[in-house]
Design a protein around this ligand. Structure first.
Ligand code: SF4
Ligand code: SF4
Length: 91
């Protein structure tokens, strides 16, 4: 069967849609302890919505686009030094 990919498939969970700010779904948000981050990029590579970026030259080295982060918690599970935790979203 021939298929045509119109957008990049990032994983089994989701892709990043530009039409809706899926961050509104979030009940909890990831919070990073920057002092413990080793900048290994594991979280960035596993985030199903591709909203994480590691900035090796910045003190606050993990940048998350909260317009699209759904608070799925995958980043907290894959971080090898467990420096990401989920905290309650405040609206
Ligand atoms: S919780 Fe973490 S893995 Fe899930 S969407 Fe947000 S930044 Fe990505
Ligand atoms: S997985 Fe953890 S240690 Fe690695 S870049 Fe992400 S927050 Fe930092």
């Amino acid at each position: 069967m021939k298929t045509t990919k119109k957008f990049k498939v990032l994983g089994p969970v989701a892709t990043q849609f530009g039409a809706a700010t899926t961050g509104n779904w979030r009940l909890e948000r990831p919070q990073v302890d920057f002092s413990r981050c080793t900048k290994c990029r594991t979280c960035e590579l596993h985030c199903p919505t591709n909203v994480m970026e590691i900035k090796k030259d910045q003190e606050e080295c993990v940048v998350i686009n909260f317009d699209y982060c759904k608070g799925c918690g995958i980043c907290t599970n894959v971080c090898p030094v467990q420096c990401i935790s989920l905290v309650e979203e405040r609206r």
